[in-house]
Design a protein around this ligand. Sequence first.
Ligand code: 1PR
Length: 575
Amino acid sequence: MTKVHIIDVESGNLRSLNNSIEYIGDYEVVYIRNRDDFSTLDKEITHLIFPGVGNFGHFVRELIKRDLMEPVKRYVNEGRKLMGICVGLQSLFSESEESEGICGMSLLDVKLTKFDTSDPTFKTRGLLKSVPHIGWNTVHSLTPSKSDRCLYGMNTQDKYYFVHSYAAKVDTPRIQNLISKAEDSGWRFGLSKYGSETFVAAISKGSFFATQFHPEKSGVAGLRVIKAFLEDSADEIINTTSSTPSGLPSRRIIACLDVRTNDQGDLVVTKGDQYDVREKSGSSDGSVRNLGKPVELALKYYEQGADEITFLNITSFRDSPLTDLPMLEVLRQAAKNIFVPLTVGGGIKDMKDPVSQEMVPALKVAELYFASGADKVSLGSEAVTIAEQYYQADKIKSGSTAIEQISHCFGNQAVVISIDPKRKFVGSLTETSMQCIEISDPSKFGPNGEKYCYYQVTSQGGRKLHEIGALEVCLACEDLGAGEILLNSIDHDGSNKGFNLELLRQVKENVSIPVIASSGAGCPSHFAEVFEMDCGIDAALGAGMFHRGDYKVADVKKYLLSQGMDVRSEMDMSI
Ligand code: 1PR
């Protein structure tokens, strides 16, 4: 069995990478966690993978702490085979605006900079560009080289999964200089575009290769890239005819699975109407609605083309995830065969270990989920508490909240906030300090003729109301370091009447992180409606319509394509 070595600084989900390698062929994964491991294993390393997620400074500091900077650099300079991924690629540059004063490996003397939220491509439409850049994008330009090496099975027609806020942008003189000399120097660059900013998506030189995107999360297209690296088919013919890139990632379609234990003790996917998941009639009246098994359904949606899968453990505010091993097992099993991002939510907060009675920080709970195969964790109830405390403390950041701690270690792209708001009518703007929406259509005024509303946030699965609005929670969480918002709407949940456009617009127009539209999807045109709204939403989630089998994920994508919208479609699942 061929060995593949992976540098592991224990920050982020390496399980998926491991799984993708084992899925591709008869490989054994061996981890290198410090210099001693490196020295011991050095002679047997033929293929080294260097993945990184999260914060540039945190990642580089971990490499230094483990004394791995020098051996990795030496290994590359010896011309041996290495594949860097995401922050693994970034750390090969000299520095990043994300962590001033921290030096990377400087294989290329380039400083990474943050994407510009006021990018003109979006600004001219009155929008902020969402940062992080999360989603599926093309690598449109593969610079030629005299070297016979190509970029490892990459194809300009395929889409790859990116998630990052900082990048090596090509508008800097240093990168332009490197690209202009690429022909002679042997460096090859794959470029992508986000809005009007073009950045380095992949680089290679000799046996060295690195991608900004996550091949292990890029479906079959990504598996082909890893396979090409492992099989040394670097000089495979690739399609270099690129169409003009739009700079906009594909619309993301997410399948969501609300998971809980039913009355028989089995873990099932359920789905409620306005959060009530019990059957209302028939022989099973009163029992938890059972729509299928979590791993089987997740795999089905992956094969139908879902761009991400979200698991929400909807009762974990009662059952601690520390003892909720079946949910961790669901993730482990799902991550074996699903190669798109997996998000998990439910019960992520500081908590007491029910066995040892010791306090366990939310960061540790999140680590459990990441180690089981999650790429992102979603905070629900805890996010509301954090937002309330943030305003009580006059917006001063303590550094100790779950959002700050998880985003510091794993990057803000790994922290999703899931919000469960309910519409609340307001007679006059002086009645509340929340930012309100003015209702223009009189037929939609409140029961007492109220002309305003805001969205009051709930926690604990809709059971507890809080004196805070959805927008206020989102703004607080964004400031604290959340990377994405999963915006539910209890009023629309399970209704099949379409997404809550009013709420989505209010939030998306005021935050610059991506917002996932959730609740109410009943047919493919509802997805088109939310994307057409032109407030910058490019991800939408469906649950009931997929679980009931009314539509497949592929039906939604087919419809969006027919409406001229860009989606990722993988017709050929073979690697
Ligand atoms: O509070 O951190 O423990 O997290 C609990 C998580 O579980 C939260 O993300 C919360 O939204 C979710 N949750 C809690 N109770 C319920 C429930 O339904 N009784 N589900 C629940 C929330 C919302 C979406 C749903 C969409 C789309 N479900 O996930 O799938 O509304 O549905 P549709 O397309 O069928 O309309 P914590």
